[in-house]
Design a protein around this ligand. Structure first.
Ligand SMILES: Cc1cc2nc3c(=O)[nH]c(=O)nc-3n(C[C@H](O)[C@H](O)[C@H](O)COP(=O)(O)O)c2cc1C
Length: 254
């Protein structure tokens, strides 16, 4: 028997179609307070909210931009006459955790209230535009966006890796080819069954002139992630420049 919390967690699926209905202030407050209650390293986050805007994806009434925020930490330390000397890479690794646990608590809270959610990962690459749009000070990095609203679709849950591909006791296993293939098959079959990529029209095209042999009949999750991480963002300098534009200097050390 699953308790109510676990039932909520096991029912999670991203929602990409919303009713044209606003969220009451008290519900927004509940969601953000639940987010704020997540375990933290040093509360290195801030959340910017936008409401009832035409450009919020999927017609959702609310969009949160969850930022890693080192600015507030530094301000408080200044008041205590301390310099922040921790390097930015370490701060980012911890700050990303603070922001992520906060965000995921918000998702769980919203879904427990019957609302739908969907993360948007584009800020990692478009942070410069969001810095300008929201007037973010240096050392605030917009990590991820989250739309929330009343679902206008009811998709099934999406597949996950088999448990023995995720949980290892005492040591990391040596994977047999068969085990890797089984995990790939489970993922691919699950997504094909739902016709996921066709419905979203989300096939990633091949760079250059390589002819694409995949159609939505056989294009599934493992091909999708391979096309993503086999073609995008190979230059680390570009990502560093985006972070630098937001006030994070990965080379700085004392
Ligand atoms: C950091 C992050 C970024 C994401 N970005 C997007 C996005 O830009 N657009 C989108 O439609 N879904 C996005 N998603 C949702 C994922 O596609 C989704 O969680 C994943 O496919 C599993 O499906 P499920 O959430 O329905 O179980 C993102 C999820 C995460 C955690």
């Amino acid at each position: 028997m699953l308790n109510e919390t676990i039932r909520t967690l096991m029912s999670h699926r991203s929602i990409r179609k919303y009713e044209d209905e606003s969220l009451p202030d008290e519900d927004i407050e509940k969601i953000v307070k639940a987010g704020r209650q997540a375990a933290f390293v040093s509360q290195m986050y801030s959340v910017i909210m936008e409401r009832e805007k035409d450009d919020i994806p999927f017609g959702a009434p609310v969009m949160f931009t969850i930022c890693v925020d080192i600015y507030k930490l530094e301000k408080m330390m200044e008041k205590r006459d301390w310099d922040l000397i921790t390097n930015d890479l370490t701060l980012l690794l911890f700050g990303i955790q603070d922001a992520s646990y906060m965000a995921q608590n918000m998702v769980i809270a919203a879904e427990s209230m019957g609302l739908g959610t969907c993360y948007l990962g584009s800020p990692v690459r478009t942070a410069r535009n969001l810095k300008e749009k929201y007037d973010l000070p240096d050392k605030v990095f917009p990590l991820v966006q989250l739309v929330v609203g009343y679902p206008a679709e009811d998709p099934p849950t999406r597949p996950r890796y088999p448990l023995d591909f995720v949980l290892f006791e005492d040591e990391y296993p040596e994977f047999s080819e068969k085990k890797i293939e089984k995990a790939m098959e489970e993922m691919d079959e699950g997504y094909l069954e739902e016709d996921y990529y066709r419905k979203l029209d989300a096939k990633i095209s091949l760079k250059g002139d390589s002819s694409d042999e995949y159609t939505y009949e056989d294009y599934s999750w493992t091909e999708h992630i391979s096309r993503k991480w086999g073609q995008w963002y190979d230059d680390p300098e570009k990502q560093k420049e985006i972070l630098e534009a937001c006030g994070f200097d990965l080379e700085r050390g004392d």
